[in-house]
Design a protein around this ligand. Sequence first.
Ligand SMILES: NC(=O)c1ccc[n+]([C@@H]2O[C@H](COP(=O)([O-])OP(=O)(O)OC[C@H]3O[C@@H](n4cnc5c(N)ncnc54)[C@H](O)[C@@H]3O)[C@@H](O)[C@H]2O)c1
Length: 411
Amino acid sequence: MNALEATTRYFKRASKLLALDSKVERSLLIPFREIKVECTILKDDGTLASFVGFRVQHDNARGPMKGGIRYHPEVEPDEVNALAQLMTWKAAVTNVPYGGAKGGIGCSPRDLSIHELERLTRVFTQKIHDLIGVHTDVPAPDMGTNAQTMAWILDEYSKFHGYSPAIVTGKPVDLGGSLGRDAATGRGVVYALKALLADHGKSIAKQSYVIQGFGNVGSWIAQLVHEQGGKVKAISDVTGAVKNEAGLDIPALVKHAMETGGVQGFQGADALNPNELFAEDCDVLIPAALGGVLNGENAKDVRAKFVIEAANHPTDPQADEILAQKGVIVLPDIYANSGGVTVSYFEWVQNVQGFMWEEDKVNRELLRYMTKAYLNIKEMCNSHSCSLRMGAFSLGVSRVARATMLRGWEA
Ligand SMILES: NC(=O)c1ccc[n+]([C@@H]2O[C@H](COP(=O)([O-])OP(=O)(O)OC[C@H]3O[C@@H](n4cnc5c(N)ncnc54)[C@H](O)[C@@H]3O)[C@@H](O)[C@H]2O)c1
């Protein structure tokens, strides 16, 4: 089952739990707009290269559409479509006034020079500039993109529309980015984890952790958990996996990864077969890399008590059922990784108001949003006797459905 089918399936279950009218259900499911553009650039060696860029704008009932832009070889329309839909429910779960969108370019950013990446980003922006906007659709970074990518989009968009810092979030602080945005998704995961563990009478300090992915999200989670006394036993990334039963020295691993490009070869740990990562004995397993990594094959081997979905769609529905049967508690992506979109919202608010916040305020507000969302999800779980995933989906879908019906259907 691909990401689109899985997301649609959870949406339909939520719609049934909420007893939504079938016409409302259909209207919520169909994307507002799907954009596909060809991006041709001159490579550094003088040859031409063509890439396909996508932007799916899913729903705008609750506000401007919001979502990341990823650069990855496996970016394809169905996946982007599913992730756009997830963004709609995610923004609604944390109650930020946004709809959902997602985009990407099918490319391998590691194989492109910085100049080629800049040209590609500018061409993509030229192709979509009249379809995005401060009150229409506001892109953000995702896998394979970063603050620099957002700065290029801001610059290119501003050539057409005048200086517009609120057109993207996750941009450099020097261009109006929010303090705390870089860490926001990882920090939000840790706040979500804190709320979940507290609900089970536990704290971050007493648990052991295994994390897949050591990029923006994974490395912040590792650092924050480590700072709070948690024991991070194993971490993998695209270069390999490392393990230390006594707990990895995370600051040293961050330094190693920055110097060498990945976790492989870290001196303070043993090498681990990345395929065996999910079977490691731990309290909390955190997939923070790719979608679909926990599946019908490997879910039975999971020994963690909690799975925290920091990545988007890391657990396929078959794995979800196996984990539920094993009594593993899964904290779903639409809530767990919503810290990014929440602080993106704070960044956009600061740009629109022209008034910037201290980092302390950003983190305090993030904690407030994440904690409140957890309580709202639990209320849904209690009233519908459902899992955290279905509680979160029902919460998000119910808020979008209410906004859609309140806005009405008159043409
Ligand atoms: N960055 C955000 O604000 C944000 C917000 C919400 C959700 N997410 C999701 O979190 C996930 C990670 O995003 P990110 O921003 O950290 O991306 P990133 O590009 O910074 O890092 C991705 C990490 O995954 C690793 N990786 C790639 N392929 C792998 C493989 N086969 N096995 C193990 N590790 C592998 C990479 O080496 C890297 O460490 C994605 O699913 C993304 O959609 C990110």
